[in-house]
Design a protein around this ligand. Structure first.
Ligand SMILES: Cc1cc2nc3c(=O)[nH]c(=O)nc-3n(C[C@H](O)[C@H](O)[C@H](O)COP(=O)(O)O)c2cc1C
Length: 198
């Protein structure tokens, strides 16, 4: 079998692992539901897991050492390191990034420029009840990720405005256009990740 053909077969069998982080701790969080929808609708070859940020303490530089770093933070950093990509799913708080998510990013961002985020592919989804769907949090996250040398996957941005109507009690997206946008986003990301592996 020619070499190139062998490579294609190998790639097709490789499952890409994505780590999902949610910027809201609410039990009824629309963004948590959105991540669960992304997990359900993920295309073949892409597996998304949810890492719950509720056990991550507030950043404290005195604890950010090999000896003192909290176990939950070590687990977060290890999970990011082992993932092919990180999916941030977040509301917008006061035109920016919710503290829960920013705090987790801060822990994972050390050592500067050489952290588990360096060269990591990062996707962003946002959902808000308002019309804009979190456009400002997406822009702010880009700036933050840029400073960590992460690779931001942009494609067509996925923003869910009117989230209270689009994610109903069943927990599923009830709007065909939004579902299609989410599947497109994930499919393009998978294809881009595969292209980086070859
Ligand atoms: C402290 C706070 C600040 C907020 N600021 C914004 C904002 O700037 N823009 C926006 O679209 N929604 C804002 N919201 C509304 C959130 O988008 C909304 O509560 C959303 O549903 C929260 O996400 P969740 O359902 O995943 O918890 C804010 C909510 C809170 C609690």
């Amino acid at each position: 079998m020619p070499h190139t053909q062998r490579k294609v077969l190998f790639m097709a069998n490789t499952d890409l692992k994505i780590l999902g982080l949610v910027g809201s701790l609410r039990a009824a969080s629309k963004n948590k539901l959105l991540l669960h929808e992304a997990m359900r609708l993920a295309p073949e070859g892409l597996t998304i897991e949810h890492f719950d940020l509720s056990s991550i303490p507030m950043y404290n530089g005195d604890l950010d050492t090999e000896e003192n770093r909290p176990d939950s933070v070590n687990a977060l950093k290890e999970a990011i390191k082992n993932a092919d990509g990180v999916l941030l799913v977040t509301p917008e708080y006061n035109y920016s990034v919710p503290g829960v998510l920013k705090n987790a990013i801060d822990w994972a961002s050390r050592p500067a420029y050489h952290s588990v985020f360096a060269k990591k592919s990062v996707g962003v989804l946002s959902a808000t009840p308002g019309l804009l769907g979190g456009v400002r949090v997406q822009v702010h996250l880009r700036e933050i990720l840029f400073g960590m040398h992460a690779q931001i996957f942009i494609h067509a941005e996925f923003l869910m405005g009117g989230a209270n109507n689009k994610l109903d009690e069943s927990g599923q997206i009830n709007d065909a256009t939004t579902t299609e946008m989410l599947v497109n986003y994930l499919t393009h990301w998978r294809d881009w990740l595969r292209s980086q592996q070859s």
